[in-house]
Design a protein around this ligand. Structure first.
Ligand SMILES: C[S@@+](CC[C@H](N)C(=O)[O-])C[C@H]1O[C@@H](n2cnc3c(N)ncnc32)[C@H](O)[C@@H]1O
Length: 320
């Protein structure tokens, strides 16, 4: 079956599905039991397509979100013992691979960011257009929520978060206003935060542009709450290290901060003679996919192939 025929879960087609399969499947072919690790398995859409396209492979699916793992478990049940699902941060995928004990992976995938169910459920606290508790944790079993973070950060720290993670032009103005509001009564809901951001902006700026005025603030807090950029850096470092020679890594990024980290890591790997970059320019979605799936509009896919033997610091259980 071609990847393009893979069914969509809940009406959501995985982003850049065909390109992901074209890049990853060649690394899995011809090796019985070859291991692919999907570090952001989500609803299991990419995972399902890979399991179908490479019928001899095995897949380890990782997600920080236990509800995503439940959904993936249902979708991938038919593949039986070819699939292991693990609740973890992709930053720790080498430990997961060691614990599963299937050997060094021949392929790695990261489809970053939040999933549609996370965004669509107001109770998860990611959505600025809906009201819910100000949570934003991908893993609701660990760590502080966005509301906790707002309580902990002073105006200067918050300004830095908004500037660095949201690339927000009005970071100072918004941070000062949020700190002021927070002093009077803690901001506990997504609606209260979105309204406070709008109120912080000069009236002339509020309605301008296609974006909701709170979009960048929400992105910044989400990245901070989930420590997304540090997790990505660690996942890339560990991923390149544990890939088997000839193995491939593919990463889909959804904003410039993520994409910059991916681009730099792959180029650094190439400069060090450990990787060959397969995508001199990032692959993006076709006009049709962009039209059908708004999430695909900002997606950038980069991939590389592992060269040479290099150090594989897996412990005995995980070594080939
Ligand atoms: C865009 S969705 C993945 C969708 C999936 N590729 C599919 O086809 O259904 C991103 C998922 O990655 C998870 N995620 C994001 N960053 C993660 C990380 N560092 N470690 C583990 N899971 C992560 C999120 O919880 C979410 O479920």
């Amino acid at each position: 079956m071609r990847a393009s025929e893979a069914p969509a879960a809940g009406g959501h087609r995985p982003v850049l599905l065909e390109a992901v399969c074209d890049l990853i499947v060649p690394a899995l072919e011809g090796a019985e039991g070859a291991v692919v690790v999907d570090g952001t398995v989500g609803l299991g859409g990419h995972a399902e397509a890979l399991l179908r396209a490479a019928p001899a492979c095995r897949l380890i699916g990782i997600d920080r979100d236990p509800t995503a793992l439940q959904a993936a478990g249902g979708r991938l049940a038919a593949f039986g013992s070819r699939v292991r699902l693990v609740h973890a941060n992709a930053a720790d995928w080498r430990t997961v691979v060691e614990e599963v004990g299937w050997g060094r992976p021949r392929a790695l995938l990261l489809d970053l960011g939040v999933s549609s169910p996370q965004l669509d459920r107001p109770e998860r606290g990611f959505a600025f257009r809906q009201d819910g508790p100000l949570d934003m944790r991908m893993d609701p079993t660990a760590g502080p929520t966005a509301a906790d973070l707002l309580m902990r950060l002073d105006a200067r720290q918050l300004e830095r978060v908004l500037r660095e993670y949201g690339e927000e032009r009005h970071a100072r103005r918004i941070a000062r206003h949020l700190a002021e509001v927070e002093r009077r009564a803690p901001i506990r809901t997504t609606r209260a935060l979105a309204e406070a951001v709008v109120a912080a902006l000069p009236p002339a700026v509020r309605g301008r542009g296609r974006d909701h005025p709170a979009r960048r603030t929400f992105q910044a807090l989400r990245i901070a709450v989930n420590d997304e950029l540090a997790s990505l850096e660690r996942a890339l470092e560990e991923g390149v290290d544990m890939l088997t020679p000839g193995g491939r890594i593919a990463v889909i990024a959804f904003h410039s901060l993520e994409d910059r980290i991916v681009k730099r890591a792959l180029r650094a790997g190439q400069a060090a003679g450990r990787l060959a970059v397969l995508t001199p320019r990032p692959l993006t979605a076709s006009a049709g996919e962009r039209r059908d799936n708004p999430r695909a509009r900002s997606a950038k896919l980069r991939a590389a192939e592992r060269l040479g033997a290099g150090p594989a610091r897996l412990t005995a259980a995980g070594r080939e």
